[in-house]
Design a binder for this molecule. Structure first.
Ligand code: M6R
Length: 611
């Protein structure tokens, strides 16, 4: 992960770099640093902890470095080497400084070679091989650009890095799999890990392709492809949307993002509806074929959305769906003949596991389709066909609105493929569309039960272990609820399919263990309620989230939150979308009670660009 920035040609470059780093903090926040040139001398400022620590150090020095016009910066999510000042980027060697995002996979080998040349390493990072290789190469070539190219030819892995040296005001950048964007300013140029982060400063950006490298000074940008050919890449206009940095009166971004779901999901739904009885989804572009299945790959919360998608697609279209963790798919030699399409789901569009799974699918001749929130992200640009979730930037590390929007897209895909496959009539689709339009308003009603989830959170906040249960389409919700809770509150929590409890996990139940169950009236509620009885009989303390329709069947349960029931035909179908709100609110309020860092939980980052 990590965020990188570089600016050349703009006065007070350190301050501008810091502003960009603020927008990149979602990529990692365990330490941060800047390197800059002043009178041909390379200086650094580094700090452990969040970016504010670096900002404080910068402010002390600001007056004396206002004339600086070239700087690179970094916000770190540690991969190799502990979170200590020595390992904080930029990493230097003699007159060269480097910031890096990704992993240099052959760094051990290079380290050995460099040690044989008496190079002394001062960090335990994989990154440090880059500045050392660079300074050695510069001694030989006397040319910064050539030296950088020789380093690119030597290192392996998934990376993006920016390098400067003390002789000239120029920045070298290279990208292999990890994202990197160049922004074109007026008499200055800039690089950043994403376009949004630099959008305050430029109107036009260039996305580097995989394997590209470039050299920029204040007026020129020269780009080369992986065959070392000079290339022109498309310039794209971008709109600055920095509204996302505003919490709108909420205490946390996550809280804002939970509560804005009714509003932003209107955009998701609006973009999916073509007219009263058709959806803006094109099965031909996905290469949907009779007797062929779909594989869906994703990670984390997006993977749980994929699991729900499987239930829906198989139910409405009878197309077989295989759901896989992206990180597993790539390395397991999957049999692909029976699949014609891979759908990848990624909020950020940058998760490297998912990007690599998609590339693997391409090699296997599958058509690829992306469901993503970020237009022009790496996954979007490489997919054959993309559908956007349109919920605006998600700042909180925990996925909230991106999950519900992914579910809405997946359900719409299931309906459209169902129509394409003649399993769903136009009337049914029309009815679906009518009801889909009611979802945002319905979510507002569930959100108005906030107080009840605060009470529930207070009841479980001191537990050491918590179980989540669900059946059918709500089984993935149990997994998602448990993930949300563990990442935000650091309470150990696990999700299980309710029917699976008796096959082992029931052994975990002891007196007072909180068990949260999501229940909808789907025809299986009796079975789920029996599973609850089994848990209660063993001392489990059940907290039930159910729709109103089940009220008579669950009178024996003391702790419950009843959410309203939706229109009969669609109530259980839409239930994963509805139950997402309780899952999010429970995790949010438990974390708030425990005082953890909700928007930036420990050890995590929003966009995971390392394997
Ligand atoms: O950007 P992506 O959807 O590819 O991210 C995948 C996961 O890293 C992500 O869903 C993660 O599990 C969530 N932030 C957890 O809330």
């Amino acid at each position: 992960m990590c965020g990188i920035v570089g600016i050349v040609g703009k006065l007070n470059a350190c301050k501008s770099a810091l502003n960009v780093l603020k927008n990149l903090e979602y990529r990692g926040y365990d330490s941060a640093g800047l390197a800059f040139l002043q009178k041909n001398h390379l200086n650094t400022i580094k700090a452990l902890g969040k970016l504010n620590e670096l900002k404080s150090k910068f402010e002390i020095l600001e007056e004396g470095i206002k004339d600086v016009s070239i700087a690179i910066g970094h916000t770190r999510w540690a991969t190799h080497g502990k979170v200590i000042l020595e390992n904080t980027h930029p990493i230097l060697s003699k007159n060269v400084a480097v910031v890096h995002n990704g992993i240099i996979e052959n760094h051990d080998q290079i380290r050995l070679e460099l040690k044989e040349k008496d190079v002394i390493f001062e960090t335990t990072t994989d990154t440090e091989v880059i500045p050392h290789l660079l300074s050695i190469s510069m001694k030989n070539t006397q040319n910064f650009f050539d030296a950088c190219v020789s380093v690119v030819n030597k290192i392996e892995g998934a990376y993006a890095f920016a390098a400067i040296h003390s002789l000239n005001e120029e920045i070298f950048v290279a990208r292999q799999t990890s994202p990197l964007v160049i922004g074109i300013g007026n008499e200055y140029n800039i690089v950043g890990s994403d376009a949004q982060s630099i959008s305050q400063m430029v109107d036009e950006v260039i996305y580097l392709n995989d394997g590209d490298y470039a050299i920029l000074n204040k007026t020129q940008i020269q780009i080369y492809d992986s065959d070392n050919k000079k290339v022109e890449r498309e310039k794209i206009n971008i709109q600055s949307n920095l509204n996302f940095l505003n919490k709108d009166g909420f205490k946390h971004f996550m809280e804002k993002e939970i509560h804005e779901q009714p509003n932003v999901l209107i955009n998701t739904i609006g973009s999916l509806i073509r007219d009263e009885n058709d959806l803006n989804i094109f099965p031909e572009k996905m290469n949907i074929q009779k007797n062929c299945g779909i594989t869906i790959c994703a990670a984390g919360t997006s993977y749980y959305a994929a699991m729900v998608g499987k239930y829906w697609i198989e139910k409405f279209s009878s197309i077989p769906v295989n759901v896989e963790l992206s990180s597993e798919y790539r390395y397991r030699s999957p049999a692909s003949e029976m699949y014609s399409c891979m759908i990848v789901i990624s909020q950020s569009g940058e998760s490297i596991d998912t990007l690599m799974a998609m590339r693997e699918a391409k090699k296997l001749n599958l058509k690829t389709m992306a469901i993503t929130n970020v237009e022009h992200s790496s996954i979007d640009r490489e997919a054959d066909y993309s559908i956007y979730t349109h919920v605006g930037p998600e700042v909180g590390v925990a996925s909230t609105k991106s999950f519900t929007s992914q579910l809405i897209v997946l359900l719409s895909i299931a309906m459209k493929i169902g129509m394409y496959n003649k399993k769903i009539t136009t009337e049914k689709c029309q009815d679906f569309i009518q009801n889909l339009k009611l979802v945002p308003n319905f979510l507002s009603k569930i959100l108005s039960l906030n107080k009840e989830f605060i009470n529930l959170a207070q009841a479980i906040k001191n537990s050491r272990n918590i179980l989540y249960l669900g059946r059918g389409v709500l089984y993935p919700l149990a997994l998602e609820g448990a993930l949300k809770l563990k990442e935000l509150s650091y309470i150990h929590s696990e999700g299980f399919a309710a029917g699976e409890m008796k096959h082992g996990p029931i052994a975990l139940i002891e007196e007072g263990l909180p068990i949260i169950m999501f229940l909808t009236s789907d025809g299986m509620e009796e079975k789920s309620i029996s599973n609850l009885q089994e848990a209660i009989a063993r001392g489990g303390k059940v907290f039930l989230i159910s729709d109103q329709k089940n009220i008579n069947k669950i009178s024996f349960i003391d702790n419950k939150v009843l959410i309203p029931s939706f229109q009969e035909t669609w109530n259980d179908v839409f239930s994963p979308i509805f139950m997402s709100i309780p899952a999010q609110l429970i995790a949010y309020h438990v974390a708030r009670e425990r005082g953890t860092d909700i928007d930036q939980p420990r050890n995590l980052a929003k966009s995971v660009t390392v394997e």
